[in-house]
Design a protein around this ligand. Structure first.
Ligand code: TRP
Length: 334
């Protein structure tokens, strides 16, 4: 256990998990729990930095947790936690925030982007989002962080904070490395296939990992198959369907349909039917596990309890070391 590399990653509670999250990130989380010492968190305090509704946030957090267990996170192998349930995350964020220059935060691209998206919702939390993220990672002294490309500036900031902390107060944190997944499974929106699959593009644009077979058929049927701007190349919507078929389907089906495409005889309705069937079959174990968890809420409760115990012990140790280094608290040796 101790010789394994420690890994932390966080997921914002956006509700139901979709194929993009699953194939792009979570499948890898599930694999890594076999080889690394992993802590995974649903980061609900990050969710309140942009406009939100309390009742939706709590439901989304729970849905995400259920989906994480359903896709194969094993509470015996990793620690699954809810960020807001471990006050050490926010406590360390205060400390790290006090050594982070404002200039570092103001130039983070996601801050600028979100600030322009919600100009009436500019708050300190949004600016210090990357500090809380640094704290999520560092409170466990994690050495590696599986993230998507969009998160690299945040991770670089984390490393800068580590260097400054270690320089000022002595070696305390390892500099965490990004683990970038290979871009083999970039799943696009079904409706706007030049954009990444995302819940924010509308119901019909994504397939939830818990969607029932009828819904999956209906959504795939409505998927866009237009040509791209270059009409000699395969349109991005068609390419996305082929990509999904390659991931979930039988190789023989993929090859036959691809040949049809190349000879100009492909009927999109066939591609859609076969792809939808393949996805439905591929997601069957996850659908069944979800049902089981939903009818036995103690599965989730037990997983979180176990995760909390493991994570809390690590986080408390880090904080007492950090506090000693920076000289807060009273001197117990007098
Ligand atoms: N900011 C990440 C995202 O939007 C989520 C996140 C929060 C995270 N804390 C983290 C990811 C720590 C990795 C490590 O996807």
């Amino acid at each position: 256990m101790n010789s394994k590399i420690r890994v932390f990653s966080g997921l914002r509670p956006t509700g139901r998990m979709h194929l993009g999250n699953y194939l792009g990130a979570i499948m890898n989380w599930v694999k890594m729990q076999e080889t690394h010492d992993c802590i995974y968190s649903v980061v609900d305090y990050h969710a309140i930095t942009t406009p939100f509704k309390p009742e939706e946030l709590r439901r989304d957090t729970r849905d995400m947790l259920v989906d994480l267990l359903a896709t194969g996170l094993d509470p015996e192998k990793c620690a699954l936690v809810v960020q807001s349930e471990l006050p050490q995350h926010t406590e360390l964020a205060w400390i790290l925030g006090s050594i982070t220059p404002l200039g570092w935060l103001e130039r983070v691209p996601t801050y600028k982007e979100k600030a322009s998206m919600h100009p009436d919702y500019l708050n300190l939390g949004l600016l210090s989002y990357p500090v809380l993220m640094a704290s999520d990672i560092l409170v466990y002294r994690a050495e590696a962080v599986p993230v998507g490309e969009d998160q690299l500036p945040h991770l670089e900031l984390t490393r800068e904070i580590v260097r400054r902390f270690n320089h000022w107060f002595g070696d305390t944190f390892p500099e965490p490395e990004a683990i970038m997944k290979k871009e083999t499974a970039r799943i696009m929106s079904l409706k706007e296939p030049e954009k990444k699959m995302s819940k924010s593009l509308g119901e019909d644009s994504y397939i939830g990992i818990g969607d029932d077979p009828e819904t999956i058929h209906a959504k795939i049927k409505r998927a866009v198959t237009d040509m791209g701007p270059d009409s000699t190349a395969m349109g991005p919507g068609v390419a996305n369907l082929f990509n999904l078929l390659q991931i979930f389907g039988q190789e023989a089906d993929y090859l036959t349909l691809y040949e049809d495409y190349e000879t100009g005889s492909l009927r999109y309705v066939d591609l859609k039917t076969v792809t939808a069937d393949a996805i439905i079959e591929g997601l069957r174990p996850i659908r069944e596990k979800r049902k089981e968890i939903k009818s036995n809420p103690e599965i989730l409760e037990n997983a979180l309890q176990l995760g909390h115990e493991k994570a809390s012990a690590m986080a408390t140790k880090t904080l007492s070391r950090v506090k000693e280094r920076i000289g807060v608290g009273r001197d117990v040796n007098i």
